[in-house]
Ligand binder design. Structure first.
Ligand code: GLN
Ligand code: ZN
Length: 763
């Protein structure tokens, strides 16, 4: 009989219990016992939900107090020396120090997990060890098994992924791997002794381009693990994409019992299966239900996939699964009470996925006639939704279809615009600016909450926001910044703010998804054609500009970032959705310009994370992403200055695309990357202006004038003085005012010093 199986479950808690418990613990308002108890309660609730839904293979060890890569780091004892002498088992104190840093001790680097908006902590392979240093998998296995009354399926991040996601390797990879494998072997043995029948080992790195050498490492690791004498059966799980011929060949030849594949993301795994068949006797984990998006599964289509798979594998060796862990989905649609019904009917969050898996498994086992009623209900939901939702906007479609190439180009090239802008703005050498947001102090959140609850009038709220804008403009003038911002006090979130005002989007109340640790985001849902009923930012920008002679930047979130940080409809290509958003933003840009705004910044912090996991997909993505940005930005006059901002410094790969954005000025993260970023400019003659961040906004520390000067001097090794802007790494929203103002003061002073030096040099 086919079985239903899950790869992992959301772990923040249905009411965000874990978030709250973590924050209380960090603030010293609770203790370890309380935090542990919340963790147990969250796990128990998720196991019960899965059991009651009828899932056959229920994961354990998919829970984490912060991040599952950090858990794996602890498991194999890769604790860097700066966190103190080795402990027999890594303590909470060390665990959270690695996650968040401790006084004088920098945290592990935090970075994006594949192409998701989840972040993981980067393993450092120059740490002492590895050694066995955590009992978490056994404890959670015992816990789950007690609750389920049968063995759960422990989930582990595999050795190859751990190795390749890490940094600071000190020896050839094969030597690091040889040290990891015994730890994994022991783990398998101990899990078997504890009663585990299956273990799921995740190797998501296999859906990226891998070299022959890396595939050899895979073979080596799993040859060893496969031959551990007492061990559970191994399901080698891949997700977020497909294998290719080379990795298929290696993976199907390993001495393991199961292979888990994603059949949702693209069609390649299906093609591979049809081309090569599937090895006799192994279990195929068939990911036919989407773990990355919130739309209900079309059951007929999923069933067709399963039936095709069943031509190669007998049903008793098929596990019906989501395409990946459900970590990226909110918990439960039923908590949403204010969504328009036709949209709600189309949604499935984690809990709804369980039901889909069980239905599909039954269909595979008993035939379609066993689920006729469910199929009918499923089809009906799509019918209702498609009729009822405002999916299709003829005006938007027609405008897009009528666009000519001109709409994607500024009227003149940069070389023509640059002198016009120089003459218009009369900025000094090394102009200073900030990225947009200023601290969102607790009183702002409180006032907004009161307004949202109807306890404060619209006038009251906007009067309060205007006061804040006036204050931040005054202070920016006082310290002598050159290009000002209004502070973004009216924006709880840079995507949500626009999603709320654009048609085609809905916002959920409880659709929280973990970003990392206690950080959660609530992505908007794009269900229909996107349109802008009215200007979104013009009033605040106009007001801010009325208070000063200096240019105030109009601030917008870019089309690619809005897209990448939302759950996106799947009935039309992503590219098309990006263009629709871009068109709405283009109108906003032109309205800002007409209102007297001379500098407009369109942030694209998420442009890079949308890159396909395989390089072969890059050109196509970058092409439409760049075009979407240009569609949004290029309608302006030559002497209107377009800025963009990006939150990363790994630039080398995409510098041509960045250049192709044709933004007059870009700001980028830099202060923590130790000039790594600037290397990109060694080999590439970047013609435009750029502000590499000189103030690390992820730290409470106030950078000194000297440090900032030094960072700027570093940048000047690769950039001409006329190209260089002076700004922080990112927005200042999460910082405290007492850190921000002294830091900016130092930044302005650093620019002044540098100006003196370069003016003298120029004379
Ligand atoms: N303008 C935004 C801000 O300053 C940019 C944030 C971001 O890049 N993530 O908050
Ligand atoms: Zn940023």
């Amino acid at each position: 009989m086919a079985k239903s199986s899950l790869l992992g479950y959301p772990r923040i808690g249905k009411q965000r219990e874990l978030k709250r418990a973590l924050e209380r613990y960090w603030a010293g308002e609770s203790d370890e016992a309380k935090l542990l108890a919340t963790g147990r309660a969250v796990r128990e609730a998720s196991w019960r939900v899965q059991r009651d839904a009828g899932i056959d293979l229920i994961p354990c060890n998919d829970f984490s107090f912060y991040d599952h890569v950090l858990d794996t780091i602890c498991l194999v004892g890769l604790v860097p020396e700066r966190f103190g002498p080795p402990e027999p088992e890594v303590s909470f104190r060390t665990y959270f120090a690695m996650a968040r840093g401790a006084p004088g001790i920098p945290a592990l680097e935090l970075t994006k997990w594949f192409d998701t908006n989840y972040h993981y902590l980067v393993p450092e392979f120059d740490a002492p060890g590895p050694r066995f240093a955590s009992a978490k998998p056994f404890e959670e296995f015992a816990e789950a098994t007690a609750i389920l009354g049968r063995p759960a399926k422990p989930v582990l991040l595999g050795p190859l992924s751990l190795l390749l996601l890490g940094k600071r390797h000190t020896r050839p990879l094969v030597e690091h791997l040889e040290q990891l494998v015994p730890i994994y072997s022991e783990l398998l043995e101990r899990l078997a002794r504890a009663g585990a029948e299956w273990v799921q080992i995740d190797e998501p790195v296999l859906v990226q381009d891998r070299t022959e050498e890396e595939l050899q490492l895979l073979r080596r690791a799993y040859q060893a693990l496969g031959h551990v004498s007492t061990r559970p059966r191994i399901m080698l799980q891949t997700y977020y994409g497909s294998l290719d011929d080379a990795s298929w060949d290696v993976v199907t030849g390993l001495p393991i019992e199961g292979i888990g594949l994603d059949f949702v993301r693209d069609d390649e795994n299906r093609a591979l299966l049809n081309r090569h068949g599937f090895p006799q006797g192994k279990v195929l984990g068939a990911g036919v239900v989407n773990g990355r998006n919130v739309w209900r599964t079309n059951l007929v289509e999923a069933l067709e996939k399963l039936e095709e798979i069943a031509e190669h594998v007998t049903p008793d060796r098929i596990w019906v699964q989501p395409s990946c862990t459900l970590l990226h989905l909110p918990h439960d649609v039923r908590l949403e009470t204010s969504l328009p019904e036709p949209v709600r009917a189309l949604l499935a969050f984690a809990e709804q996925r369980l039901e889909e898996l069980v239905i599909l498994t039954r269909a595979l086992n008993e035939g379609r006639q066993a689920i006729l009623e469910e199929l009918e209900r499923n089809a009906e939901a799509f019918r209702v939704a498609l009729d009822g939702a405002r999916l299709y906007r003829r005006d938007v479609r027609e405008r897009l279809a009528a666009l000519t190439e001109d709409a994607f180009h500024r009227s003149s090239p940069y070389e023509v615009r640059e002198p016009l802008q120089r003459a218009r703005f009369q900025l000094p050498l090394f102009p200073t600016t900030t990225i947009g947001s200023y601290p969102q102090t607790p009183d702002i959140r409180q006032v907004r909450a009161r307004w949202r609850a109807g306890k404060l009038s619209d006038e009251g709220y906007w009067a309060f926001i205007r006061e804040r804008i006036a204050e931040v403009i005054r202070r920016q003038e006082e310290i002598g910044l050159d290009v000002l911002v209004h502070g973004e006090f009216e924006r709880p979130d840079m995507v949500e703010y626009f999603a709320e005002q654009l048609e085609g989007f809905v916002l959920t109340e409880h659709g929280w998804v973990q970003s990392y640790g206690s950080r959660v985001v609530r992505p908007p849902i794009i269900f229909g054609d996107v349109a802008r009923p009215k200007p979104m930012t013009v009033e605040v920008s106009r007001y801010a500009q009325s208070l000063t002679q200096k240019p105030v930047k109009g601030m917008l979130t870019g089309p690619v970032t809005i897209l990448n940080w939302s759950f996106v409809r799947e009935d039309i290509p992503r590219r098309e959705v990006a263009y629709q958003i871009a068109l709405a933003l283009r109108d906003e840009v032109l309205d800002l310009e007409a209102a007297g705004i001379r500098v407009i910044q369109i942030d694209e912090p998420a442009l890079r994370e949308g890159l396909p996991l395989r390089r072969s997909g890059w050109p196509e993505y970058l092409d439409w992403a760049v075009r979407a940005f240009r569609l949004a930005s290029s309608g302006v006059r030559d002497d209107t200055q377009i800025h963009s901002h990006m939150c990363y410094s790994e630039f080398n790969d995409i510098i041509e695309a960045i250049d192709a954005l044709d933004a007059d000025v870009i700001s980028i993260e830099n202060s923590r990357s130790h000039g790594e970023l600037l290397q990109a400019f060694q080999d590439y003659q970047y013609p435009r202006q750029i502000g590499p961040g000189v103030y690390d906004v992820h730290s409470a520390r106030v950078p000194s004038v000297e440090e900032i000067v030094q960072l700027l001097e570093q940048a000047l090794q690769y950039l001409r003085p006329e190209q260089l802007w002076v700004n922080p790494d990112c927005g200042l929203k999460t910082r405290r005012p007492e850190e921000v103002w002294p830091s900016l003061q130092n930044m302005v002073e650093a620019a002044r010093r540098l100006r003196e030096r370069y003016m003298v040099a120029a004379h």
